[in-house]
Design a protein around this ligand. Structure first.
Ligand SMILES: [Zn+2]
Length: 238
């Protein structure tokens, strides 16, 4: 069906022309065209959510350290949060997380997928990706009663094969981040947050302090933490 292939290519090309016809009209981008065409139908990779609303998105990864102070801040301030958890990090103290998902209110804290063993997914074959992503989804679903819809690929490592594997496991979007607020040895400089930014934190011993810095930075920028999925939907990303 050469006609439909040609028409499809023409349509992609036209769309790209319309997109680049704005501020800086370039000489075209064959590489970009190839990527867009290959990526049709795959879940998006999102590091920032396009929005006019004054919101930021708080995300917390892994789950090894279960600091009561961090949980208290999340619950007291009713912070909407996406938790990208490793099943192994929740299994020995599931209650820490169910307290967040249950007491924090419907949809305020959601458990999302971060694989089983935290590999760089781009290095695995199809069966390996399937075991890591579908496997984590199944385990988290069994524990928390909800199938994760979002995947945070470990290290932010993604390519189209990872997106394809994620799609096969029911993932609607792969979520990376705009700013990492985690204290890894040293406290990072606090960035100026903007609407739609995705903040990355980790369940480490410094989570309470890192979370407080993120909340303070959001407040200073006039932004409020918001739930990720509804904004991914209104942005047309899922
Ligand atoms: Zn991680």
């Amino acid at each position: 069906m050469w006609r439909s292939r040609v028409l499809a290519a023409a349509f992609v090309s036209l769309s790209l022309t319309l997109v680049v016809a704005g501020p800086s009209r370039g000489a075209g981008d064959p590489e970009g065209a190839g990527q867009s065409q290959a990526a049709v139908g795959l879940p998006p990779v999102v590091s920032h959510v396009p929005t006019q609303e004054k919101v930021v998105f708080i995300t917390i990864d892994d789950g090894w350290n279960h600091d009561p102070e961090a949980a208290r801040i999340l619950l007291d301030k009713r912070v909407p949060v996406s938790l990208f958890l490793l099943p192994g990090a929740t299994s020995y103290d599931t209650g820490y997380f169910t307290a967040l998902t249950a007491s924090a209110g419907q949809g305020r804290a959601t458990v999302e997928n971060h694989t089983v063993n935290h590999p760089d997914l781009t290095t695995l074959d199809a069966a390996g990706k399937d075991a890591e992503v579908c496997g984590a989804g199944e385990q988290l679903s069994a524990t928390f009663g909800r199938t994760p819809k979002l995947l945070r690929p470990p290290y932010g490592a993604v390519n189209d094969d990872v997106r394809l594997a994620a799609k096969a496991c029911g993932v609607k979007a792969l979520v990376t981040w705009t700013h990492d607020f985690t204290t890894w040895g040293q406290t990072p400089p606090t960035p100026q947050l903007k609407a739609g930014d995705i903040v990355l934190l980790h369940f480490t011993p410094t989570l309470a302090a890192d979370l407080q810095r993120a909340l303070d930075a959001a407040k200073a920028a006039g932004l409020k933490p918001a739930a990720l999925m509804p904004h991914l939907k209104s942005a047309g990303l899922v």
